[in-house]
Design a protein around this ligand. Structure first.
Ligand SMILES: [Zn+2]
Length: 143
């Protein structure tokens, strides 16, 4: 059984592996936990794509339904060319809760990611282990 603390530390560890290699996008780590077991995990791809949540959801497949998502940064809310917003993908995958460490001040999220999830009935826990995860985003200056 993996605890939220362990899952978030794993997500931070994942994010750290691509820190500084994700272009203008922040390095994010995402871990999907279902029944205490990791069913998917991801980190922002080199160059900024895919997003951590996309990789984790792809890995989990149908197991994402009923899982909880532990993410170092707020999921994005804006659809961009060729891809859905992570908040929408998490909703479509039927995760039961999203635990977020840091909020994303960029125009692609800025509270909208959290709002979208909550509107869909998915509880969001914000600020979990923020002291540790925020180290990842000291140089993140979104436009
Ligand atoms: Zn995203």
């Amino acid at each position: 059984m993996i605890s939220d603390l362990e899952a978030m530390r794993r997500a931070i560890e994942l994010a750290r592996t691509h820190l500084g290699q994700t272009a203008e996008n922040p390095a994010v780590g995402c871990v999907l936990v279902r029944d205490g077991v990791i069913v998917g995990e991801g980190v922002t791809g080199i160059g900024g794509r895919p997003h951590a949540e996309e990789t984790a959801l792809d890995m989990a497949g149908k197991s994402a339904a009923g899982a909880r998502a532990i993410v170092t940064l707020e999921p994005c809310a804006h659809r961009t060319t060729g891809r859905e917003a992570c908040a929408d993908r998490l909703i479509a995958a039927a995760v039961t809760e999203v635990v977020v460490s840091c909020t994303d001040p960029s125009v692609h999220a800025a509270g909208e990611g959290v709002a979208r999830l909550e509107l869909a009935g998915i509880p969001v826990r914000l600020g979990f282990l923020k002291e540790e995860a925020s180290v990842l985003y000291v140089d993140y200056r979104p436009s």
